[in-house]
Design a protein around this ligand. Structure first.
Ligand code: ATP
Ligand code: MG
Length: 573
């Protein structure tokens, strides 16, 4: 329920029947019941700081943090920063901001894989001493060729049986910067004929003479994901390491390293299906292409599926969380209909966004029987059904703006808006009847003349006559000019991710800028992030580009709810 004292308070109704099935929660519950890890639950969210978080990451964040919460545990934020080339402090800061915005707090449990480089290095030497790791001096190309493939076993490296002493000496040389990139790697010694290609002597370290955003030039060997991840989990006491399905084949290796190091108790890796969304690409590589190619205005462009883009677009974090719970967690890959997310956004805004009036395509109305110098104001509720939102006053005078689409010169019979000889209600104000129209040389209306019924102030006629149409309006004398950016889906095909040339399917109408919208005065001077429903037009949010002189509003979403219609038709399954 809305907190009546705070119209913008988050409303969330996590009714259990609305949550999708979650097999991960079931597995964790079974582990807790069996007393594993002393009944403790620790998860982690492990982003690589090489891009901004997107709605797919939100699925993982909600899962990791809510599993921890449900079982009285905690969730760590761990930056998986093992690839210095692509990573940066900018991305680290953006990730922190976005996780916090989504509503989660990791307290002091913020970690970096790079903090474990020394420990991992020592552990690598443990494996070398156990005869479980070796320095390979094959070229990268030879290593690739000798790995074999799904149909053929691999071939042992000629360097596979180096002595422990030689391996230790070479590994130390690697670390000391005495070798060139590609000259040597450290590999786990497992089985070059293993049916799972991941287990064919996987790489643990490669040489990169590249500075790291946190460790500077201290290291020139960097651990591979597989070597860093499970051990980082173990160092942090993570009990359940949740990741997406592409790591399923890596689980035997995850377990192999922990076993080789005799770590006990061991974290448990569980894989779930990643989120895919219609009309959306969700891969950092492709999002980076959109940014670098100038197809959008940056990571936080309101059309981007990033959390920062969605924030700027006006998506409430509550709606994103609710969406993530609703889709559930399974092992089955699928594509979620983006209209479900849009429905969650609308549903939240319906209950939390105060109403206002704005005219995006202005047409002048002159009320001929209203005195030139006079003005008055009407009181309007800020929400149609929730009185706790209070009211505001709408100034009114002889000249008004209405939306061009609310007037027709020659309308069909069922048209209930304004037309010559017809009467409509100006929302919260009065009834007006169109008496005359001025047009330009092309026959396009420029001024609509009306008379108003002074007895209809407030919006109802004293004689009870029926007026079907109600339109929104803004007083011309009091209107504030502003910019409205109308956003739509970035792609015009349902599955842009499946297209080789996904950039060929950008929606040319994904952003339409209205330079001179006429806004009611209450829409000026608001803080970025403030949300409103512009009546009959959509939900909007103040953009950070906004200034007191020139408000800029982004359309979060239009009012028509496709998902709700499909539910009504029983078409959502
Ligand atoms: P991308 O595939 O978009 O490039 P990534 O997996 O490389 O993303 P990471 O920073 O490594 O990005 O991801 C951090 C966590 O978020 C991982 O646990 C990953 O499995 C999870 N994750 C990434 N994309 C999705 C998605 N679409 N759905 C669910 N979880 C995801
Ligand atoms: Mg990744």
């Amino acid at each position: 329920m809305t907190d009546p004292t705070r119209p913008d308070a988050p409303t969330e109704t996590p009714s259990p029947e609305e949550e999708g099935p979650n097999f991960v929660a079931d597995l964790v519950a079974a582990d807790v019941a069996a007393g594993k890890h002393g009944g403790k639950v620790v998860t982690r969210f492990p982003p690589e700081p090489n891009g901004y978080l997107h709605i797919g990451h939100a699925k993982a964040i909600v899962l990791d943090f809510e599993i921890a919460k449900r079982f009285g545990g905690r969730c760590n934020l761990r930056f998986d920063d093992t690839n210095p080339e692509a990573e940066s402090v900018e991305f680290v800061e953006a990730i922190r901001r976005d996780v916090r915005w989504l509503g989660y707090d990791w307290g002091e449990h913020e970690y970096f894989a790079s903090d474990y480089f020394e420990r991992l290095y020592e552990w690598a030497k443990v494996l070398i001493r156990k005869g479980l790791a070796y320095v390979d001096s094959q070229t990268p190309e030879q290593i690739r060729l000798n790995r074999g493939d799904y149909h053929r076993p691999g071939t042992n490296s000629p360097f596979r049986d180096r002595s422990v002493e030689e391996n230790l000496a070479l590994f130390e040389k690697m670390r000391a910067g005495e070798m060139a990139e590609g000259e040597a790697v450290l590999r786990a010694k497992i089985d070059m004929a293993h049916p799972n290609v991941v287990m064919r002597d996987p790489l643990m370290y490669r040489i990169r003479h590249v500075p790291h955003h946190r460790t500077g030039n201290r290291w020139c060997i960097y651990p591979m994901y597989d070597w860093a991840h499970g051990q980082s989990d173990a160092i942090e006491g993570v009990t359940h390491s949740l990741c997406t399905l592409e790591f399923e084949d890596h689980r035997p290796l995850y377990d192999w390293f922990l076993e080789a190091l005799e770590i006990d108790p061991r974290p448990r890796q569980i894989e779930f299906a990643r989120l895919n969304l219609t009309y959306t690409v969700l891969s950092k590589r492709r999002l980076l292409q959109l940014v670098q190619g100038g197809h959008v205005d940056g990571w936080d462009d309101p059309r981007m599926p990033t959390l920062s883009g969605m924030r700027r677009r006006g998506f409430p974090p509550e709606a994103i969380r609710r969406f993530c719970r609703r889709i559930g967690v399974s092992k089955r890959e699928g594509v979620v209909d983006v209209t479900l997310l849009e429905h969650m956004v609308r549903d939240h805004l319906e209950h939390t966004a105060p109403r206002a009036m704005a005219v995006l395509d202005p047409l002048k109305v002159v009320i001929d029987n209203y005195p030139e110098d006079a003005e008055e104001s009407f009181e309007a509720p800020n929400h149609p059904t929730d009185p706790s939102f209070g009211t505001r006053t709408l100034p009114f005078c002889r000249e008004l703006w209405i939306d061009r689409k609310d007037f027709m010169l020659d309308p069909p019979r069922k048209y209930h808006r304004l037309a010559p000889g017809r009467e409509v209600r100006l929302r919260y104000a009065c009834l007006v009847t169109c008496t005359d129209v001025e047009c330009d040389a092309d026959g396009r209306p420029t001024v609509v003349h009306c008379t108003f019924d002074p007895a209809s102030r407030g919006g109802t006629a004293p004689d009870g006559r029926k007026v079907r149409g109600t339109i929104h309006w803004v007083s011309a004398r009091h209107a504030v000019r502003g910019e409205c950016r109308l956003y739509d889906r970035l792609f015009d095909v349902e599955n842009p991710q499946g297209e080789d040339d996904f950039l060929a399917h950008l929606n040319p109408a994904s952003r339409v800028v209205v330079e001179n919208a006429m806004l009611e005065p209450s829409l000026a001077g608001l803080e970025p992030g403030t949300r409103r429903q512009f009546e009959r037009t959509g939900y909007f949010v103040v953009d950070p580009d906004s200034t007191p002189e020139r408000p800029v509003w982004n359309r979060t979403i239009a009012l028509k709810d496709t998902w709700a219609k499909m539910v009504a038709r029983g078409a959502t399954g």
